[in-house]
Design a protein. Structure first.
Length: 158
């Protein structure tokens, strides 16, 4: 996979009461929900949203993910997720998210995921169309426009 591609993409939400656990902080399942919502937003920015699915009949399937937790997040707090395209090849993308508490910009959690490009009519992995590959290349050319995120790629990912 070609590596460390960047696209700064913010997704924001507020922690709902139902998302907290008996410890009074965000439950692990809801970190996953927030990162999944951020993934949908991020993939749409990369040209892989619902319009792509409708037009091409292809989508992405997650095949591996890794999470790390750093700071607690509580009910009513706003969080911001920044997303980065870390690497890609002809059939896969590796991307990461960093969640920050809005009140103090503290890093709350990190998430990495590998997704495959899948033709839904065959349910098989297929190469990216040239237009999508070009989008990934465009992200590469914009790397210097955004500050480097401190998201480490897991040694096991990929």
């Amino acid at each position: 996979m070609r590596g460390s591609q960047q696209l700064n993409c913010d997704y924001c939400t507020e922690i709902r009461p139902a998302w907290t656990d008996h410890n009074g902080h965000l439950n692990v399942a809801y970190y996953a929900l927030i990162f999944d919502q951020a993934t949908d937003h991020f993939l749409e920015r990369l040209g892989l949203g619902p319009a792509y699915l409708a037009e091409c009949g292809s989508s992405t399937f997650a095949v591996e993910s890794h999470s790390r937790y750093f700071s607690e997040v509580h009910e009513g707090q706003a969080v911001r997720v920044e997303s980065t395209l870390l690497a890609f090849d002809d059939k896969r993308i590796l991307y990461g998210h960093q969640m920050y508490r809005a009140k103090d910009d503290a890093l709350a959690a990190q998430f990495e995921q590998i997704s495959l490009h899948v033709d839904l009519s065959e349910r098989r992995v297929h190469p990216w169309p040239q237009g999508i590959a070009n989008n990934f290349q465009h992200v590469c050319s914009e790397n210097d426009a955004f500050g480097a995120l401190t998201l480490p790629v897991s040694r096991k990912a990929g």
